[in-house]
Design a protein around this ligand. Structure first.
Ligand code: FAD
Ligand code: 5PR
Length: 379
């Protein structure tokens, strides 16, 4: 299906900067609508950074829409229960009224999207860094090359050069808590008796603030998020300070020993970005470039993917690219804004430690179905 530019008579063309979850989703969705799409990734290869990721119904529906759901479901996991512990006692066991959700490694999700992008004919350029964009529809690369297009998508993450070159008013801040994220072997046998297929969010405020978010990704891989305040030198140390973590979580020792072996571990603080607008002229921003958020509700990638897919829907409906981008932001941004605000509040107040915090408001964005434009799931 060709998607024709009325003034040039040619198939409409999009240049996408960034090969993360947002850029790949946008590229596939546009391509499926008949656009010619070129995706630029500054890295020398397409790969995912980080450890594990949660996707909820919204993200899973996007995957269905872009034709990558089957690949993602194979080799990922839905825990029977999302448990919260406070000082090693269970305070809640949530199942979200049957709302579909899934945990996977980031590499697994990324591989599926890359495979699909290639299948549908997205042209992928690695080692290609975008340095500037122009609302008239131009993307400038580090190499000096200038590309003209009907649409420029800035999906180049929280430090977006596309965004900063165009100039948006922005509000950015960084949190006081941070996290070490790792993938380790499940070690099921060594862990012994316990509901180790569950997600378990283990909070401790005494004698120190330390939390482990235990998240099985599949039979073999476990995603661990080890949280401590940035001001705690031992809790935030990488590679891991094994002693301080085993002391607090002795029952996880077999996994923590594996975690401490990982030399490449990083401690990351949470970044939030809020912009006055998501688009200017023919330039649209998606994902962390537009709305990085705290991870408490595990919705950064989910919202990014919904917004990337929705962009292609509004471009199908609208008259000009500029008008479609404005309509897109008006339609989907309130969902992301509410999610970002609540996620930030939860992170600041460490609210998840209370348990039963996945209220209908907290699950609003997670329950959005971008294919039908409604907040409901099959029950
Ligand atoms: P990125 O993943 O940052 O991708 C940007 C890509 O662009 C990269 O490949 C980069 O190399 C490339 N790039 C950068 N600059 C340029 C340039 N100038 N030119 C070309 N390419 C460029 N979300 C969830 O949905 N579920 C979760 O469970 C979850 N957990 C999280 C846990 C933590 C601790 C954090 C911090 C975030 C979490 N998130 C989660 C949020 C999620 O990780 C992000 O929102 C999501 O990855 C953003 O994707 P993106 O494609 O916008 O950006
Ligand atoms: N949920 C998830 C997550 O990865 C984090 C948080 C909540 C899935 C951070 O790693 O509260 O920070 C959180």
């Amino acid at each position: 299906m060709a998607n024709i530019n009325n003034s040039t008579g040619k198939t409409r063309r999009a240049e996408v900067a960034g090969g993360g979850f947002a850029g790949l989703t946008a590229a596939i969705a546009l391509r499926q609508c008949g656009w010619d799409v070129q995706l630029h990734e500054k890295g020398s290869e397409l790969r995912a950074f980080g450890a594990g990721i949660y996707l909820w119904y919204n993200g899973l529906r996007v995957l269905e829409g872009v034709g990558a759901l089957e690949d993602v479901l194979a080799g990922s996991h839905t825990p029977p229960v999302y448990e919260t512990w406070l000082h090693n006692k269970s305070v809640s066991r949530e199942t979200f009224n049957g709302l579909p959700w899934r945990i996977m490694t980031r590499a697994h999700l990324h591989d599926a999207l890359v495979k699909r992008a290639k299948e549908v004919g997205v042209e992928i350029r690695t080692g290609s860094e975008a340095v500037a964009a122009d609302p008239d529809g131009r993307l400038t690369l580090q190499s000096g090359e200038v590309l003209e297009a009907d649409l420029i998508v800035g999906a180049d993450g929280v430090g977006s050069k596309v965004r900063d070159s165009v100039g948006f008013e922005q509000d950015r801040w960084v949190s006081t808590d941070g996290i070490i994220r790792l993938i380790v072997p499940r070690m099921k046998k060594e862990l012994g008796h316990g509901e180790w297929d569950n997600t378990i969010d283990m909070w401790n405020f005494w004698p120190r603030v330390q939390r482990i978010l235990y998240s099985p990704c599949n039979e073999n891989e476990l995603y661990l998020g080890l949280m401590a305040p940035a001001a705690d030198p031992r809790g935030s140390r990488v590679p891991l300070d094994l002693e301080v973590w085993v002391e607090m979580f002795p029952f996880l020792e077999p996994c923590l020993i594996e975690a401490a072996k990982l030399e490449t571990a990083r401690y990351d603080k949470y970044a939030t970005t809020k912009l006055d607008a998501w688009s200017k002229g023919k330039v649209a921003l998606v994902g962390d470039a537009a709305n990085a958020m705290c991870p408490a509700l595990a919705q950064g990638a989910g919202c990014a993917m919904v917004n990337a897919l929705s962009l292609s829907q509004d471009l199908e409906r609208g008259s000009s690219v500029e008008a479609s981008l404005a309509a897109w932001e008006k339609r989907v941004r309130p969902i992301t804004d509410r999610c970002q605000a609540l996620s930030g509040e939860y992170a600041a107040n460490r609210s998840l430690s209370k348990g039963n915090m996945f209220t209908p408001a907290a699950l609003e964005s997670a329950s959005y179905d971008p294919l039908r434009g409604v907040f409901s799931w099959p029950q």
